[in-house]
Design a protein around this ligand. Sequence first.
Ligand code: NDP
Length: 262
Amino acid sequence: MDLGLKGKIAVITGASVGIGLAIAEGLAAEGSNLVLAARGGERLEAEAARIAGKYGVSATAVAADVATVAGTEAIIAAAAEKGGADILINNAGTGSNETVMEAPDEKWQAYWDLHVMAAVRLARGIAPQMKRRGGGVILHNASICAVQPLWYEPIYNVSKSALMMFSKTLSTELIPDNIRVNCVNAGLILTPDWIKTAKQLTAESGGNWEGYLQSVANEHAASKRFGTPEELANVFVFLSSERASYCIGSTYFVDGGMLKTI
Ligand code: NDP
């Protein structure tokens, strides 16, 4: 199936590892040119160069913190330099671990800036570029936790839920400009960060980190396995394409059977 993504300009945040990197590779494989953002410039630049060489596309690395105004401005400017973006993937984010009773305001604010304000600011800067180019696609990587919380991470649950509602609200505002906005809620996706955490948690009890990850999958996912970043990226790539032209303002679950409701 030709997805018609050749020559498109795609901005992807959190693109140096894990899910964002897999989405970047997926779009590059379809011929899209990339603007990739993450805080750590070295790892990002190495991946941008690798992807550009492998797929014959252009890939610009922008070392930027999306939780700040300056960071989002740098990303918007990099997209403008390429002539404007057609696709924006708001992917940068991270889990949390706290109780509501103990977490300070500053922690709530930091996650609000990372998961919500980054998407707000990037939409304000990049949607006008898309409009000038005749339309575009904005996708938000929230989480199954936006609707089915994990109790150890209340700040993550709440801020991802807000991102999901932002996505829905933005979709109505932007569809008159032919910009389709959607959200994706993933379940357990096996990124290097999960492996690092599993290794840390099992270090003092024999180091069976693979067994630990299997127990997490057994507990949460009907499929009893983690998904790969590529399995999730495939959905982002499809939603980025004209093949998904009637997908507007929805949230798509990619969770291996983790969601317990209809
Ligand atoms: P990783 O921790 O593997 O990667 C996160 C990426 O985001 C890195 O490139 C990181 O680079 C970048 N990043 C983090 N903070 C910022 C910031 N403030 N500004 C710019 N870039 C930033 O995450 P995953 O791939 O696992 O997750 C990606 C997204 O998917 C997240 O939003 C997460 O909530 C969501 N998700 C993940 C699931 C999973 O099981 N893995 C399940 C459901 C949702 P750097 O540190 O250099 O900035």
